[in-house]
Design a protein around this ligand. Sequence first.
Ligand code: ZN
Length: 289
Amino acid sequence: MSVLKSAMVEAYTATTWPWRARFRLVHSRVGLAPLMVLFYHRVADHDVTPWTITTDDFRHHLDYLQSKFEIVSLAEGQRRIAMRFNPHPCVAITFDDGYGDNSEFAIKELNTRSLPATYFVTLDNVLTGEPFSHDAKLGINARPNTIDELRQMIASGNIEIGGHTRTHADVGSIHDSARLQDEVIDATHELERAIDQPIRYFAFPFGLPANLNDAAINLLRRNGILAFCSAYGGYNFPGDDPYHIQRIHGDPELARLRNWLTIDPRKVQGIPRYQPRYTRLPEPSGVQL
Ligand SMILES: [Zn+2]
């Protein structure tokens, strides 16, 4: 982001600061403060892609988050949404895909700081070591994590592994029930067996409303997954649907991240271009849960 754009975001944040301060105070007082869930992909200083954040920027993010927010696990955040009570704005950290570079720095940094995170993994890549298709398209050979690395994360006690399909599929475009079952459920069960640990959470690849799928959500529910994550932005307020955790991009540009995390009025006042919450249809009647 250019210096000018960054300055404009900071100016907008500053001019709306009184509104933000009042919003946070009023919502915190009555236990309705938001849970904000960040998603990252890759933390590395080489072959920087649009889904990579440098180690310095990631360290600055954690410094900022730790100084301003309570950092909770996804499970604790979800519990607060379901219990309809959260007394302070809190943040949960997640990663998507399963990049080997994260084991070199990001995971160590989280462990040093004793910070929890949920780590969503695409099965085929961690089993085969093949680069992710979105990197291959750019000619970048960023290695996926190994199963051993995932086991080390679990052993650290701070990291929970989640499902992210078998092939990083756009689940929103899958209408064949056998393929849906394979990408969403069978792959998650195979990942569970590979890491020898139950999987409780699932993140839809790409994560925009068009990439979500009610049939897949119903499958997840029936198979004991506790919640799914999207990735189109949005806050989670106590009383919101606790089965759908909305996530915000861990934007390397700190000015934009601050704008989000201090509650951007445009994003809570129902302005359509700021994407309302995805509404899933209820399960068809007669379905055995
Ligand atoms: Zn992904």
